[in-house]
Design a binder for this molecule. Structure first.
Ligand code: FE2
Ligand code: FE2
Length: 138
């Protein structure tokens, strides 16, 4: 079983309110899915919640990428590839369809949670640190 963080860690805040709010909402959505699947819920409600999380993730990624594009972030293409990887993995979640595959739904959710934490701590933080260092002084 993959160990994943059980709660939001303030060290994940990047100092950009909208982004921090979106990261936390995404984290909470995945954690809630993990709780429900851990209890054995695999019904339509869980699949709908998963779909909601995926839509939310896609809209957060689009907002972040557009911010990066406007700022001229040199690693934008690489970053877009990472976001794509998350969405692709999310699409693998198929409830009972996954039971016979090498991924269980819980492993997949924990993978997504760990991915998010690492992504925010490393790749997103790198961008926001770069923005802060390059911000023209007023
Ligand atoms: Fe990102
Ligand atoms: Fe992000």
């Amino acid at each position: 079983m993959i160990n994943a963080p059980a709660e939001w860690d303030p060290s994940l805040n990047l100092g950009h309110d909208l982004t921090d709010k979106q990261h936390r909402a995404l984290f909470d959505m995945i954690l809630e899915l993990d709780r429900r699947v851990s209890k054995g819920e695999f019904g339509q409600g869980v699949l709908d919640a998963l779909q909601g999380m995926k839509i939310y993730a896609a809209s957060h990624f689009a907002a972040e990428e557009s911010f990066m594009a406007r700022a001229g972030w040199p690693k934008l293409a690489q970053h877009q590839g990472l976001h794509g990887e998350f969405l692709q993995k999310t699409s693998m979640f198929g409830g009972e369809a996954l039971i016979d595959s090498e991924w269980t739904s819980l492993d997949l959710l924990r993978f997504l949670l760990i991915w998010l934490v690492k992504h925010v701590k490393v790749q997103d933080r790198e961008f926001f640190d770069w923005i802060a260092a390059n911000r023209p002084s007023a």
